[in-house]
Design a protein around this ligand. Sequence first.
Ligand code: GRG
Length: 308
Amino acid sequence: MVAADNLQKTQGQTTFDLKAYLKDRQQLCEAALDQAVPMRYPETIYEAMRYSLMAGGKRLRPILTIATCEMTGGTIEMAMPTACAMEMVHTMSLIHDDLPAMDNDDYRRGKLTNHKVYGEDIAILAGDGLLAYAFEYIVEHTKDVPAERVLKVISRLGRAVGAAGLVGGQVVDLESEGKTDTSLETLNFIHNHKTAALLEACVVCGGILAGVSEDDLQRLSRYSQNIGLAFQIIDDILDITSTQEQLGKTAGKDLASQKVTYPSLWGIEESRNKANQLVADACQELEPFGEKAQPLMVIAHYITQRDR
Ligand code: GRG
């Protein structure tokens, strides 16, 4: 289904059916991921990798890659291997984040965490396996895209994942544990790296695959940094206002550990206002893309309206 199929006419006004769009894209991604990581010998590791990869989740990251690639003139087919790789990297980061040495969580995506089922040793290796395979998968499966674009995607993803991205954010987060005086600057550093960096890579890489100009790449980068921070602010709010059943992971952890979060600094209402402002700023960056930007604009609003 192309994005235009999700346009609906209601009382003479054209609206975008986000629910149908997300469901359609989630199904496409689920099928592609299922195919991307089949069961093989040694079964233990493939089973552990598939356990977390196929455990659901919103599939926001691969959907962003596909939506950006389509908006900038590419196709779903061009984007899908990179989209799958983004979800592999995201899933590996969740597996490692849940380990006893990190956040020590028992539930994720409504199921027991990977190490609870397979043990810490296999969970670490399942994360490593997904991380390495993500890069291999992009190189081996991307078709009809010039090689230099694929190289750029590999480079951007590597940067987003390493010490300049997720790993760096996680380290500062670990160092902030137990501290009640974490500054806003440090909090922003943590989430710009832990959360926004991968979301940015998803969006920017979608554009790179389609061959966007440097100016448009900068616009996509600003859009995704804004939605990345908004995503984290809402994540912090949901940790307070939602239940474990709704989130599929332990709720109320931040309050219990007295962690400094956006709502602990600003309160819930002000945090929500800031998230809405970030989404408005993000959407402004998309104006030059016209009508075609509708899916990315609607996804940006979904980020602040979501309940899980
Ligand atoms: C990447 C090499 C490497 C190591 C990992 C553990 C770690 C370093 C980083 C932590 C990254 C992390 C878990 C950030 C949190 C991001 C976040 C808000 C996750 C929740 O994302 P959702 O709500 O989850 O999109 P679903 O399950 O819907 O996909």
